[in-house]
Design a protein around this ligand. Structure first.
Ligand code: HPA
Ligand SMILES: [Zn+2]
Length: 329
């Protein structure tokens, strides 16, 4: 099963590139940029990654990305993840990035976009790897700021596939971001949002009805509302579920109690992603292997989940056809 899962042409729809910053690279960038870290070693950093909830993780996530200062740092960050993902058999990623988290530290948008887009171009030219770009907005910061950043990003709109909504979910309902998402629609961008990770099922409904999202990131708490589950099934809304993330952030106590099998059994359009692989115990392969161990799924289940992801990925029609052909082979 392990070999099968490694060879499966996996497609990751939910990945925060800043959450792919491995402690080793964090140390290398800290040294290059003359920044003090609150850890003595990469090992000590890993040991500090022990979270009780989303906010505890976010505190370390925002602290970790402080080593990202220059264009080449963002390039190195993305290339490091692309190489690792490729070795695990990942062939495409839709990558979230958090411009506000960098702008607020004084790192210009041009630096972030320059580094990430250079890495994307290089990976697509030389690595049999494709990359979708999701500009994410921090829901625990003011909606006006998000709108301002979206306008500021006008020179990059043509390079962006979608906007997303992430960071602390509790008490930050999608309804606050109606204007932002309406503007993104006007620009011609697809919309996705984190909802129903720590927040209630109602936030999933808001994301669909008020923000017009095409995919729900996480969405596992939909099961608290049977009408919503029926709607997600009928409309085949894609859920980007992140099993190891949910365990690490205590959304569930144990992977064996994860609602993934129930979501599948209810006919929902489920996909599997790693979310923040450097913080949550591994990337796409680790998530797939953990699901195989916890749920005893057959190869057919993983093929279906991968087909769901290929169908929903931000790729060209040619690339999608190529990935589907490879899946069938
Ligand atoms: O899992 C997450 N949830 C919300 N915001 C995030 N930002 C990075 N990872 C996450
Ligand atoms: Zn996420």
């Amino acid at each position: 099963m392990h070999d099968f899962l490694r060879q499966l042409p996996k497609v990751e729809l939910h990945l925060h590139i800043e959450g792919s910053l491995e402690p080793e690279l964090m140390f290398a960038l800290a040294q290059r940029n003359n920044i003090d870290l609150p850890y003595a070693s990469a090992q000590e950093a890993k040991e500090a990654y022990d979270f009780n909830d989303l906010q505890a993780f976010l505190d370390l996530y925002f602290q970790g990305m402080n080593v990202l200062r220059h264009e080449e740092d963002f390039y190195d960050l993305a290339m490091d993840y692309f190489h690792r993902a490729r070795r695990e058999g990942v062939v495409h990623v839709d990558m979230h990035f958090d411009p506000q988290a960098h702008l607020q530290r004084g790192v210009p948008l041009e630096v972030v976009m320059g580094g990430l887009l250079k890495a994307k171009q290089e990976a697509e030219e030389s690595m049999d790897f494709s990359v979708g770009m999701i500009m994410a907005f921090l829901r625990d910061r003011p909606a006006e700021e998000a709108l301002h950043v979206l306008e500021q990003a006008a020179p990059y709109w043509k390079f962006i596939d979608a906007i997303g909504l992430d960071s602390a979910e509790r008490d930050h309902p999608p309804s606050e971001f109606k204007t932002l998402f309406a503007r993104a629609k006007e620009i011609g961008l697809v919309r996705v949002a984190h909802a129903g990770e720590e927040g209630p099922a109602d936030y999933i409904i808001q994301a669909l009805d008020l923000l017009g999202v095409e995919r729900i990131d996480h969405g596992v708490r939909c099961l608290e509302n049977p009408d919503l589950v029926e709607r997600l099934r009928r409309e085949q809304v894609v859920l980007t579920v992140c099993p190891l993330s949910n365990v690490c952030l205590k959304v569930v106590d144990d992977l064996r109690e994860h609602p993934l099998p129930t979501l599948l059994q209810k006919g929902l359009n489920v996909t599997i992603s790693s979310d923040d692989p450097a913080y949550f115990g591994g990337g796409m392969l680790a998530n797939h292997v953990a699901c195989a161990d916890a749920f005893g799924w057959s190869e057919d289940v993983f093929v279906q989940l991968t087909r769901n992801a290929i169908d929903a990925a931000f790729v060209s029609a040619d690339r999608r056809a190529d990935l589907l052909a490879r899946l069938a082979a």
